[in-house]
Design a protein around this ligand. Structure first.
Ligand SMILES: [Zn+2]
Length: 273
């Protein structure tokens, strides 16, 4: 499932390739992924000029002269640049542009392609409740967000309404870089620890953006990301030595999910702040 690094890469590539182009036609093979009828969706966006593409969390926001196209790959999928002669075998939506290129979308299971009118973004429930992009949050912001809160730090980091964009791929290394046990409660974090966490969020996400995202996802050109298991510090590496202290990485149960930790670098007590 793409997370903030992969979505950031896609947004940038869509800006580069598609901004300034006009939607000429739209083919919808999976109307259930839309928030309005297929006919209304096609009519709303046909003839629209693409102005910009941004992202928040796992959503892409394509701004046009006729409103917004919001895309979310759900459990996974591809957003590819193609032409009518080079369409992939499987797809759910095709947006044709005036220069002959197409934006082709495939959802592995289920995703979303929503239309929102100009000035109505605040009424789109799924994106209106998203917190700021995790990479845009400063140490001061994070301290303010955590102040007076309770609950586990892992749950906070994965809560898209608090910070948008962190999921199961990057959470383990972010907590490791901050030397935080996933079950630490937020109210036990000293200020220095919160600062370390802000840095860890950056250091856990930016290297993947710099390498065009994770190796198991593809970008707009169908190229796999360059961020590989060699770049991952401890996530999904149980039984391997911790890159800092050599202790074997453990996979532990944390509520309904699993976590990967170095038991020595990430003690559950307040050791180290
Ligand atoms: Zn360690």
């Amino acid at each position: 499932m793409p997370e903030l690094p992969e979505i950031t890469v896609l947004a940038r590539q869509m800006v580069k390739e598609l901004v300034g182009q006009t939607f000429t036609s739209i083919e919808v093979l999976q109307p259930k992924c839309l928030n309005i009828s297929k006919e209304a969706f096609v009519e709303a966006l046909s003839g629209a000029l693409l102005l910009d593409v941004t992202h928040r969390g796992k959503w892409l926001f394509a701004e046009t002269t006729q409103g917004w196209l919001l895309l979310n790959l759900g459990m996974g999928g591809e957003i590819l640049l193609a032409t009518r002669d080079t369409l992939p075998e499987k797809y759910r939506l095709v947006f044709d542009f005036d220069d002959g290129t197409c934006l082709v979308i495939n959802f592995w299971w289920f995703g979303y392609a929503h239309y929102v009118g100009r000035g109505e973004l605040g009424n789109h429930a799924a994106t209106a409740k998203l917190g700021p992009n995790a990479l845009d949050v400063t140490a001061d912001d994070l301290r303010a967000m955590l102040s007076g809160r309770r609950g586990r730090i892992k749950s906070f980091l994965l809560d898209q309404s608090k910070l948008a964009g962190i999921g199961n791929a990057y959470i383990h290394d972010i907590l490791f870089l901050a030397k935080l046990h996933p079950l630490r409660t937020v109210d036990t974090l000293a200020e220095a620890k919160t600062d370390a966490l802000a840095k860890a969020i950056h250091d856990g996400l930016q290297p993947s953006i710099d390498k065009n995202g994770a190796f198991y996802e593809v970008d707009l050109y169908g190229q796999k990301g360059g961020f590989t298991m060699d770049d991952i510090l401890i996530g999904y590496k149980e039984g391997k030595p911790c890159p800092i202290c050599g202790t074997l990485i453990e996979k532990i149960k944390t509520g309904s999910t699993s976590s990967f930790i170095c038991p020595r670098c990430q003690p559950l007590n307040k050791e180290g702040g």
